[in-house]
Design a protein around this ligand. Structure first.
Ligand code: SIN
Length: 334
């Protein structure tokens, strides 16, 4: 036991000194930013803008390397790579932090946020900001929230009423809330990394999925999903994260500049995400082979009622105070 504690302490010291060395060396500080989506998505564009601004303003002090499309690390290993300082920036979707904090699961609750503006309000208020710090004891520092968009349900058959989903297998992100959401519909949830979604849908391993328009379009998921129901039933957002031992070892002046750049990039990503998703929705609508199904208010309400029991199921683990704070951000209170 004592041996393993000592090994852990030595490991931490080594990692800290590697990070310090990287930050104070005469060469540039190299920031590897790995993510799983395409360049032409809100997150992909944010990563590229961060690189452009950081290298423009910090000259030869900082070099940013972007690895999109799971080319360096994927869902299964990126957070582990961050903890080992093999990569220095990630922006996983909020659903992917479950093993580090249960509180972020609030973002997965179905029909909690009416739209991205409501999500934005929650993220800016005190509870939302506190959640950025909720994983520091696990060596993950949250630097910003980035939007993607509201999720839509896609499938091999039209999904008009909740019972239409029963019996289908849906690909999900690794989240117990999302698992419960599909179980609630009588469907089978299957956790798969984002990089495997297209093939799983194409081969019929799963028959449905949920994603914002930008992820559906950039990965051509609509070409293997003949029906997309415009449910806007949940949000898919990101947390830009680093390893605190790396981040806080960056010389103060450079770090402050990088944090300023992150603020600017965050503003741009979040300002443009909704429009980017709508543009991709229209691109999909313009193709043949995929039908976009719009729901009436009554139909959407039926989906809300069918999924709503998930809230009670997770109130204990997420915290009633957090769920309540999230509910207050919608314009139409329910
Ligand atoms: C992402 O947008 O980063 C991927 C989301 C997913 O796994 O569905």
């Amino acid at each position: 036991m004592l041996k393993s504690i000592c090994a852990l302490a030595v490991g931490s010291l080594l990692l800290a000194s590697t990070s310090l060395h990287a930050a104070s060396d005469s060469g540039p500080i190299v920031i590897k930013f790995s993510h799983v989506v395409a360049d032409n998505t809100p997150k992909g564009q944010g990563a590229l803008l961060f690189k452009t601004l950081a290298e423009e303003r910090l000259g030869d002090k900082v070099k940013v390397e972007i690895y999109p499309n799971s080319t360096l690390y994927g869902d299964a290993n990126e957070l582990d790579a961050l903890s080992k300082n093999e990569v220095q920036l990630l922006a996983p979707s909020l659903a992917k932090f479950e093993q580090y904090t249960k509180q972020l699961q609030v973002f997965d609750l179905p029909f909690l946020f009416d739209d991205l503006e409501a999500v934005n309000r929650f993220q800016k208020r005190s509870k939302g900001r506190q959640l950025l710090r909720s994983m520091e004891s696990q060596n993950i520092v949250g630097l910003a929230y980035w939007h993607n968009g509201m999720k839509q349900l896609s499938a091999t058959k039209p999904l008009l009423v909740p019972t239409d989903a029963a019996g289908l297998t849906f690909r999900i992100q690794p989240s117990s809330v999302l698992q419960a959401q599909f179980s609630q519909l009588g469907a089978t949830p299957l956790v798969l990394p984002f990089a495997e979604v297209f093939e799983a849908l194409k081969s019929g391993k799963v028959q449905g999925a949920e994603n914002p328009w930008s992820n559906i379009y950039s990965k051509q998921l609509h070409t293997v999903q003949p029906y997309i129901t415009e449910t806007n039933h949940g949000v898919l957002d990101y947390m830009l994260v680093s390893n605190p031992r790396f981040w806080y070892a960056i010389p103060h002046q450079i770090r402050t500049q990088l944090e300023g750049i992150i603020d600017e990039v965050t503003y741009e990503v979040n300002r443009q995400a909704e429009a980017a998703n709508q543009a991709d929705r229209n691109r999909i609508a313009a193709t043949s082979g995929t039908q976009i199904i719009s729901l009436t208010d009554e139909q959407r309400d039926a989906w809300r009622q069918a999924m709503r029991p998930v809230w009670q199921q997770f109130e204990g683990v997420i915290g009633a105070d957090i769920i309540k704070a999230a509910q207050t951000v919608n314009r139409n209170k329910r």
